[in-house]
Design a protein. Sequence first.
Length: 116
Amino acid sequence: MKDNKYSRKESLERYKEREVTGGLYAIRNTANNKLLLGVSADLRGSGNRFEFSRQTGSCVEIKLQSDWDKYGGAGFVFEVLEELKRGDTQTTKEFKEDLDLLKALWLEKLADGDFY
């Protein structure tokens, strides 16, 4: 039993020490070019969640529901716009604030875009 607890503890430590890459992503409707911008502390996880939604036919975000019903999951793509690595000493809250700032900057940059 001790070996299993040690193994779980070691696995948890490795998980906590992994490099976290967050950033800004867009879910783009390929039919009308409308965008949904989002930030994530784990871009890979967000991309996986999007792909799972496409494969299962479930909508990944309620704001997209109407167009998702119309075009299906195949009518959307997941695009990473910018990556942001979490700093070694950065708290979760600080990282989230940086991600929100990144989104605000991109909203200014894409001010003339069509958004959900």
